[in-house]
Design a protein around this ligand. Sequence first.
Ligand SMILES: Nc1ncnc2c1ncn2[C@@H]1O[C@H](COP(=O)(O)OP(=O)(O)OP(=O)(O)O)[C@@H](O)[C@H]1O
Length: 614
Amino acid sequence: METKKGSLSWDNLKYELNPWLQEAIRSMGYPTMTPVQASTIPLLSGNKDVVVEAVTGSGKTLAFAMPVLQKVSERLYSVNEEEGTPEKVKRGHMLAIILSPTRELASQIQSVFNSVLEYLPEDKEPIKTQLLVGSLSGVREDIDNFLNNRPQILIATPGRMLDFLSSNYVKTTSVEIAILDEADKLLDFSFEKDITNILKRLPKQRRTGLFSATISSAGDTIFRTGMNNPVRVAVKSKSAHNSAPSSLTISYLPINPEHKLTTLIKLLDDYKFKKCIVYFPTCTGVKYFYNMFERLVSKGGDDDHVKFVSLHGQLSTKARLRAIQSFSDGDASLKKFVLMTTDVAARGIDIPDVDLVIQIDPPTDPDVFLHRCGRTGRANKVGQAIVMLNIDSREEEYAGFMEVKGIMMKEMSLPPISTKYHEDFQKRFRQYVLQDRSRHELAIKSYVGFVRYYTKHIASSIFRYQNLPYIPLAKMYGLLRLPKMPESKFIPNEEMPEDAWLGEVIDMDKFAYADPLKEKARLENLEAEKLKKIQDAKKRKEFKIKNEAWSSKTETKESKQERREKMKRKREAIEKQINEESSGDEQAQEDWKEVVKTNKKKKVSAVQGSFDDL
Ligand SMILES: Nc1ncnc2c1ncn2[C@@H]1O[C@H](COP(=O)(O)OP(=O)(O)OP(=O)(O)O)[C@@H](O)[C@H]1O
C-alpha cells in the first residue's frame, strides 16, 4: 500500500480513533505517523485482517497496538442508542491476545501498551494488560491474577498462552482481535503447533493481524491462521530493492577467525558508539566470552569506559528481563554499553541509542540476519551493523547471497592491529583459561556448540562445515587441545597438531578447578579412578592366567582329538588298501578285522601295564 509522505500527519489518519486515543497520540511526542501505521491502523481498526511486512524499526508495534486499543475501547465505551451502555466483560473473558516468540519481546510489547494506557482518562473503566510468559510466575498464579484483575488484553509467548487457555476458568469466546508479532517465527516449525492450537480456540469472527519485517518467509502457513480475506501491507525502505531501512549501513568484514576477538575488542575501543549489541552463536558461547571479557577487557572500576551485559536463553526469565532493562537504562553519555547476546535478542527488541551491531558469525537463518542488523538504525536514526566472515572461505559469498534478498552490504577493511597485539592477547587468554579447569571445559562446550551450530546453516553451500577452519577457530575459543568430535575428520592430516595439543602440552591431572570444593571432588575422583585402574589391571592379569590354563587344556583336548582322527584316517587307509587288494574276498576282510582288533587289545594292555607299573 502506497502512502504519500505529506499525508503522514496524524490528523490525516484515515480512521477516527476513540477520542482518548487521539489525545494519547498527540501527547506521546510522535509528530507524524510512520508509513506502516498510516496504512495498517485504518485497516485493522476497520475490521480487516492484515498481513504486514515492514522494515525493522518502522513502528509496527504501535501499528497493531492502536487498533487493539481501539477495539477494546469500542467494546468498553461505545454507548449504543438502542442497547445503551455496553455490558461489562465477563469474569474469565478477554478481548484481545497478542503473541510473541520471546519473553523479552512480549514484555516490551506490554510496555508499549502501558505507555499508551497512561493517557487513559481516570473516569473511564480501566483497560488492563497481563503478561503471560514462562517461569515469571506459575500458570495457576497467572489464572488467579487474570480472574482477580480482569485484564482485557493478554500479551504472551505461545507455550504459556496454551497452558493458560487450557484452564476451565479461562474463556475465549469474547476475543475480538488476535495479533501475531514476528509472525514468520511464530508460524515456523518451532511454534506452529502451539499457534494452531491457540487460534483454534478463538472465535472465527475475530480479527487477525500478522506482523514482521520478513513475513514472506512464512509462505503459505499464513493461510492456516483462519484469516478472512486479509489485506497485505508492505512497506519497503526508501531506497528501492532494499529490505533494510535506509538509515542502516550494513558492512561485512573478511577476517581470519583466529583474530575475531582481538578485532572485536579493537572495534569496541575505537568506534564511537553509545550502545552496541554483539551476537554470538550459542548461550554457552555468550556465557564463556562474557566472563572472559569481564576479566580481560573490562577494567572493572567505575571509570571503566565500556560496560558489558550478557543476555541468553539459559538465564532465568527475571535475569533476562533485568539484563535488557540494565542495557536499556544504561546512561550512554557516561559509558559505552555492550550487550553480548544470542538470537534471543534478534527480533523486535527496541532499545534506544543502539548505534552499532556486531555479529561474530552470521545467523543460521538468513532472515534472522536482517532482524539482528535491525536492532540499530531504527525509526530513522543512523546505525551501523557489521558481520564477520571467515576469509579464504565461501563465507565471503554471503554478501552476494544477501543482496539477492534485498540486503545491501559493503566490504569494510580490518582495523589496524599489530601481530604483537594479537599475540599478547592470545597469551593472556591462554593464561586466563589455565587459571581454572572449568574455563577450559566451558571453552570446549562453546567450541563444540559452535561447530554444531555451523552445521545447521540454511545456506549450507556457503557455510560448508566440511571446510570450516577448525584449528584457527579452536584458538579463537581459547582451547588448549582439540576435543574429540566427529567433525575432526575434516581437519587435513598435515594440519593436525601432534596429539591435538594447540600449544604447550598440559598435564591434565594437575589442571585444577579454581573452586576448592570442585577441585577436592576432582582429586578424590582422580584417586578413585587410579585405584580402579590398578584393580582392573589386576583383574585382567588374573583373568589372563585363568584363560591361559583353560586354553592349554583345550589344546590337549584338541591334540587328542587330532590323534584319534589321524588313527582313524590311517585305519581307513589300510582297510581301503586291503579291500582293494582282496576285492570280493570276504574272509580276508574278516581276518584283517581280527588282526586289527588283536593289535588294539595288545596296545591297550600295554598301556594299562605301564600304568600299573607306576
Ligand atoms: N510515529 C512514530 N514516529 C516516530 N517514532 C516512532 C513512531 N512510532 C513508533 N516509533 C518508534 O520507533 C521505534 C521502533 O518501533 P517498533 O519497535 O514498533 O518497530 P518494529 O517495526 O516493530 O521493528 P522490528 O521489526 O524490529 O520489530 C520505537 O522506538 C518507537 O518508539
